[in-house]
Design a protein around this ligand. Sequence first.
Ligand SMILES: Nc1nc2c(ncn2[C@@H]2O[C@H](COP(=O)(O)OP(=O)(O)OP(=O)(O)O)[C@@H](O)[C@H]2O)c(=O)[nH]1
Length: 243
Amino acid sequence: MSTGSGNFLLVPIPEYPGLDCVPNKNVKIVVLGASNVGKTALIVRFLTKRFIGDYEANTGALYSRKINLEGEQVSLQVQDTPCVSLQDDAEGLYCQEQINRSIYWADGYVLVFSITDMHSYRTIQPLYEHVRRIHPSGNIPIILVGNKSDLLRARQVPTDEGQALAAELGGHYFEASARENHEGVQAAFLHLCQEVSRALGGVNGEKRRGGLHLVRPKSPNMQELKRRFRQVLSSRGKSTTAV
Ligand SMILES: Nc1nc2c(ncn2[C@@H]2O[C@H](COP(=O)(O)OP(=O)(O)OP(=O)(O)O)[C@@H](O)[C@H]2O)c(=O)[nH]1
């Protein structure tokens, strides 16, 4: 069974990492979904075990940490993204260029909707097709996350609809609550990390797309990282779950 590392600090990605301390394998995942579904909350919950109530407008932060996957040290990068939205005809997506670059860059995809928001659920299929257009061939490791499972009374998306959609897209479905539960969030992210790690195969998995990778998305600047780090520290007193 995989476990996360003990270090739950948000760590900026070194631009020029020292080669001697870099794990062989680099797992890159991107978190995608409609507005207000909890993308940032899920990432912060996974990386810090904590829930931070309110966030400033998303800046597309990139986080990194080392994790242990099935006994192997792996470098994990998680890209947060601004929201996507359906076009008026509900066929296509409004998707910023920054998001397209992140989709191209990533190896694995967390597609998030809120169980309290049917509209966010309807965004998932076009979003997946969009990812498919960018990666037309090969296996795409994805998970589907129905977030805000603590808000059961406001549920608009039944569990079986989430499961059915995930099966159609070829991924696993997780219902999670970034607010209430670290374990569920961790299980979902680690599942995807394992899928990606296996898909990458050997050393650094260079890899299935024949070296077509774009330069990774721009890291958040240091001010932004410091601000988010302070947010995490100051939330200690407010956290809703024991760590
Ligand atoms: N009840 C509940 N609220 C949540 C949960 N996750 C996030 N929220 C709240 O939902 C709101 C949106 O969370 P964010 O993490 O900013 O969502 P986002 O998808 O990154 O939003 P955008 O920046 O619009 O793309 C915030 O007020 C969070 O506190 C959850 O699991 N349960």
